[in-house]
Write a protein that binds this ligand. Structure first.
Ligand code: PLP
Length: 417
């Protein structure tokens, strides 16, 4: 965080243009993820679900640490292959075209997640035509009550996975298809789980269900994919998911519940990259309307849609900036509540609502932490055609990476490597 603030002061001194940037701390990212890998139980593998943030410098920082990447399009497969010819890739997601399946097979697949009967038949046909064997996991949308979390993909009607009631038919078909190897099951059901014990309970439920299918159908499987869904507490940044408690309890539970010989895969996005990223913008204006104070920032939900998408007030801190270049007095707010709005012409462009501040001036910077996952990647960048933010990748191990152009930064990193 201090490194990010130091960078912002340097940037503001050097250039009067209003700040608008995503700033990533690559050292913090690597420290965080190395820590997770160290405590992961031995039969588990951790993949990065790259839809959370697929910028090349992020992928490059993660590639030496994680077991591989989880992707959901051929575009994402290509992004992985651009930074690593051999990183294991798991390809999932609803609505894969033939072209995507063929392209992914060509570029090297570790596992393919199957979402429906029609998709399984198409994969069988493509694999047969090419004379290859494709290892698959069937993605199952479970029946019955699941623990609660912010988003639910299963345990209720959604477009994801194979209805558990239809699973016997698909298992029989997968076993019968010559060029398909049924390697296990994929059960990603929830997102943003904050309670480690609930998460272990969910994975225990997955294990029990898979043991039943193994017995019923006489299967031998390699993997249970427990998906992602480890959460980030945006409401209270000091109380995050307790990974050490999770990994400890998980190890104990798996010894008892995991089918013998099966490995457990995780494909986490948010929990890996959220904390390393900051969205930083300058206050362009301060105004009052109908008794409420508004700060208008140089940016908004076209860069950082997460608060609008989740309807939450994203936490931020104020970085005071001394510089003031205008000949007239500088407007400020003291001891008030302020709502932070972006530049878009829609009342939904709100990043934080009614936040108590002691002092905020036009020209100060707002720094939104935990913006590294589902920030830039989910936003409608060209709505209203404002300029894109800078993307800054900080790394103490290589100050040369401290450049605005991600491609240059990536090139520098790769030369260092
Ligand atoms: C989005 C997604 C993930 C990652 O979810 P997080 O909540 O970011 O960990 C994992 N698996 C699948 C299938 C997904 O769609």
């Amino acid at each position: 965080m201090q490194q990010v603030i130091d960078y912002l002061h340097r940037r503001k001194k050097a250039n009067p243009k209003p700040v608008c940037a995503f700033v990533y701390d690559l050292d913090a990212l690597q420290t965080h993820v190395s820590g997770l890998m160290k405590t992961l139980p031995s039969r588990c593998r951790l993949f990065y679900a790259m839809k959370a943030n697929s910028e090349a410098p992020i992928l490059k920082a993660l590639a030496p640490l994680v077991h591989g990447f989880e992707v959901a399009s051929l575009g994402e497969v290509r992004k992985v292959r651009a930074i690593s010819p051999e990183a294991p890739i798991i390809f999932g997601g609803p609505g894969k075209t033939d072209e995507e399946i063929e392209g992914a097979i060509d570029l090297g697949l570790y596992l393919l997640h199957v979402e429906s009967r029609h998709e399984l038949q198409r994969i069988g046909r493509i694999a047969h035509r090419r004379g290859v064997e494709v290892p698959i996991l069937l993605r199952v949308n479970l029946h019955g009550a699941l623990p609660q979390a912010t988003l639910a993909m299963a345990g209720r009607p959604t477009q994801f996975g194979i209805d558990e009631a239809a699973l016997p038919d698909l298992i029989r078909l997968a076993v019968a298809l010559k060029n398909v190897k049924l390697a296990g099951f994929h059960l990603h059901s929830l997102s943003n789980q904050l309670d480690p014990e609930q998460h272990v309970r969910l994975i225990a439920l997955y294990c029990a269900r898979v043991r039943r299918w193994i017995e019923t159908f006489g299967l031998k499987i390699d993997y249970i994919n427990a998906g992602g869904g480890v959460g980030v507490n945006y409401a209270d940044l000091t109380r995050q998911f307790d990974w050490n408690c999770f990994s400890e309890r998980l190890a104990g539970m798996l010894q008892v519940e995991c089918p013998p010989g099966a490995g457990v895969l995780f494909e986490c996005g948010r929990y890996l990259t959220a904390a390393c990223g900051y969205y930083v913008t300058e206050v362009l204006d301060i105004k009052q309307n109908h008794g409420k104070h508004y700060a208008i920032i140089n940016g908004g939900s076209h860069h950082f849609r997460l608060p609008a998408a989740w309807q939450h007030s994203h936490p931020f801190s104020i970085v005071p900036v001394a510089r003031w270049d205008y000949p007239f007095s500088r407007p400020e707010l003291l001891d008030s509540e302020v709502t932070v709005a972006g530049q878009l012409c829609t009342p939904k462009d709100i990043l934080a609502r009614d936040v108590r501040i002691s002092r905020l001036r036009i020209g100060d910077l707002l720094l939104f932490p935990y913006a590294g996952a589902y920030g830039w990647s989910i936003s409608c960048h060209d709505f209203l055609s404002h300029p894109h933010p800078d993307h800054i990748y900080l790394s103490e191990t290589g100050p040369a990476a401290d450049k605005t152009d991600p491609r240059q930064a990536a090139a520098r990193r790769s030369r260092r490597d």
